[in-house]
Write a protein that binds this ligand. Sequence first.
Ligand code: C2E
Ligand code: MG
Ligand code: MG
Ligand code: MG
Length: 284
Amino acid sequence: RAKDQGKNGYCIYNSDMNEESLKKLTLESELELAIKNNDLMLHYQPQIDLHTNQVVGVEALLRWNHPELGLIPPADFIPLAEEMGLMVHLGEWVLNHGCRQMKKWHDQGLTTLKLSINLSPQEFLKQRLVDKVKQVLQETGLAPHGLELEITESMTMDVVRSTSILEELHELGIQIAIDDFGTGFSSLNYLKNFHIHRLKIDRSFVRDMMNGPKDAQIVSTIISIAHALNLKVIAEGVETEEQLHFLENLKCDEIQGYYYSKPLSASDLEKKYEFNSSRGVIHP
Ligand code: C2E
Ligand code: MG
Ligand code: MG
Ligand code: MG
């Protein structure tokens, strides 16, 4: 409708668009404020090893607790932050806070627990990522084996560049996972050449695998490829016991999903799983 009203292809006025750009503008300044005011927080979703039935890791998921709007999901502000060039700053915040929390859990005896952190494309390709990670590990005292970075297939289009970044991260002793595996541009060559440790099967395949043979085959194939290449494989978005059993039968290593737990604040996670136990392991 805006086009019809405009002259020479320019839009003079459109209430929808106005609202949209206004929202964006507000969000931009509010996001900057949120970082300053500590309105951001991390939730942690447990990852369960199906062989031992223990929590072996947690994925840090960013939450924005807006003073008026309440909890805003990352899908609503991360793309925007990326667009505004704020994501590198946000990402450093996540890395700092996540590593500090994980160090606390390690100090409580949970020394094998791992923290998974999502990287955005801008963060991954940033020159200083490796230095930043090194610095955060140093400052927080977290052992490198306690940290895993999640990247997606589409971030590694520049193969030469990605190979060297992943090599340097590997040398630091941290782990790399491919998030949302199967939804981007994957090639087997890439699995061969990159230093990675885990594949995360995308939630969409797990969601649909009980409803049709295609998704089930894809899940089964990803697990086989992972094992053939000596990689661990984790299924995302497991919600039902039926899905859990299906994945167990396929010898999937780990699962993450609402079936065990939604992402929780650090203190809720500690309550739910009795994190302070001196046994050094956590059972769901
Ligand atoms: P992701 O990395 O694939 O994270 C998994 C998402 O699936 C999370 O959504 C999680 O809450 C959700 N999830 C987990 N289990 C289930 C389940 O059983 N059922 C359903 N329906 N959903 C489940 P969330 O927290 O809304 O995050 C969405 C995406 O935002 C993440 O997808 C990730 O790509 C991005 N993101 C979140 N935190 C960060 C961050 O700190 N940095 C960056 N760069 N991206 C982040
Ligand atoms: Mg992830
Ligand atoms: Mg993701
Ligand atoms: Mg994912």
